[in-house]
Design a protein around this ligand. Structure first.
Ligand SMILES: [Zn+2]
Length: 307
C-alpha cells in the first residue's frame, strides 16, 4: 500500500509541474520509482518548494503590503526599508504591490524596488484599474525591478481579463497567480474574500469553485491577522485538514507598519514568526512561491473561510 502511495505521489510530482514562471523555485527532488525508500523524508531545507510528501498539511505563510496611488498612503522609504530588513531577517518572505501613482510619482521608487529586491522581496502587480496592470509591470521594470506573475488585488469580475497576457507600450505581462479577490470596488469592509487556501477559480460567477483544467492559481491570504494565523497553525497541528497546502498572508500597511486593521507591529510579528518556526509544517514563502509549491504538491484545492 505504501509503495502504491509512493508511486502515486511520484506520478503526481512528475506530471504536475506545468506551472512555470520567470522566477523559479529550486527543482523538485526526483524520486525514482524503483529505488523509492519506504517513506519519503519530509523536505525541510527548501521552504518554498517542499511538497507535502507524507500526507501532512504544509502551511505556507507570506507577507505583503500594498502602496496605493494616493500620496497619503505612501511609505517613508527609510522606515519601510528598515521594516523589510527586519521581516526578511526573521526568515519571512515578503512582496510589495504598488499602484501606478506611486511608481510614477515617488522620487525614490527605484531605490525601494532595487534595495528590497536585494533582500529577496518580490514585486507583485497591484492596480485598481484592469488596464493599469501591464503598465505597473512595465514601470517596475523601468525602475530596475522584476515584476512577478501575481495579480495582487482584483475584482473577481475581472477574471476573464487577466486570463491572457496583458500589454502596455509593447511590453507584455502574463498573470499566473491571483491574490486578493475582491467582490466590490475599493477597500471597503466586507468586500474582500478572506478565505485561506489555494484553488483555480472556475469563473467570475463561480469564483470559489476549483477548475482542475484552469491555469490561474488563486492564493488565499485569509484575514491577515496574527491570531487567525496562530489558530490555523494549531488546527493544522491537530490534524484538522487533509489539504496538502494551505496559504495565509500577513498584510502590513506601508505607512503604519502594522498588520492591517490591527495595532500589531514588528514586535508582535517577530513573536508570531518565532511561534510559527516551532511548527515543522510551516513554510515561509512569498505569494508566487506559495502558488508554485501548491502546484508542485499536486494542485489539490484548499479553501478555508475566514471572517
Ligand atoms: Zn489597493
Amino acid at each position: 500500500m505504501k509503495r502504491l502511495l509512493i508511486l502515486f505521489l511520484t506520478l503526481i510530482l512528475t506530471t504536475a509541474c506545468s506551472f512555470t514562471t520567470a522566477t523559479q523555485t529550486p527543482p523538485l527532488p526526483t524520486t525514482p520509482v524503483d529505488s523509492a525508500p519506504p517513506t519519503i523524508a519530509p523536505a525541510e531545507a527548501t521552504p518554498a518548494a517542499a511538497p507535502s510528501s507524507n500526507g501532512a498539511t504544509l502551511f505556507y505563510i507570506s507577507g505583503t503590503s500594498h502602496i496605493e496611488s494616493k500620496p497619503q498612503t505612501w511609505p517613508d522609504i527609510d522606515a519601510y526599508l528598515a521594516f523589510l530588513r527586519q521581516v526578511t531577517m526573521l526568515g519571512m518572505k515578503w512582496s510589495v504591490g504598488a499602484d501606478v501613482g506611486w511608481l510614477e510619482g515617488e522620487a525614490r521608487a527605484a531605490e525601494l524596488i532595487q534595495k528590497s529586491e536585494a533582500m529577496g522581496v518580490q514585486w507583485d502587480v497591484h492596480a485598481h484599474s484592469a488596464e493599469d496592470r501591464a503598465k505597473v509591470a512595465y514601470l517596475i521594470t523601468q525602475l530596475g525591478g522584476h515584476p512577478n506573475s501575481v495579480v495582487s488585488g482584483m475584482l473577481v469580475t475581472e477574471l476573464d481579463i487577466v486570463r491572457q497576457p496583458l500589454t502596455y507600450q509593447g511590453f507584455t505581462w502574463t498573470p499566473q497567480v491571483l491574490w486578493g479577490g475582491t467582490l466590490c470596488v475599493a477597500h471597503r469592509p466586507g468586500c474582500d474574500d478572506h478565505s485561506a487556501g489555494l484553488w483555480i477559480p472556475l469563473s467570475a460567477e463561480q469564483y470559489s469553485t476549483h477548475d482542475p483544467n484552469g491555469t490561474l492559481v488563486r492564493v488565499g491570504g485569509g484575514s491577515h491577522q496574527l491570531d487567525d494565523g496562530r489558530a490555523l497553525a494549531q488546527a493544522i497541528a491537530n490534524g484538522q485538514y487533509a489539504f496538502p497546502v494551505i496559504s495565509f498572508t500577513l498584510m502590513v500597511s506601508p505607512t503604519s507598519l502594522t498588520i492591517v486593521e490591527s495595532n500589531d507591529g514588528i514586535d508582535q510579528i517577530a513573536t508570531f514568526a518565532n511561534e510559527m518556526n516551532s511548527y515543522s509544517f510551516v513554510r515561509w514563502a512569498n505569494i508566487e512561491e506559495t502558488a508554485q509549491a501548491w502546484a508542485e504538491a499536486g494542485s489539490a484545492p484548499s479553501r478555508i473561510e475566514m471572517e
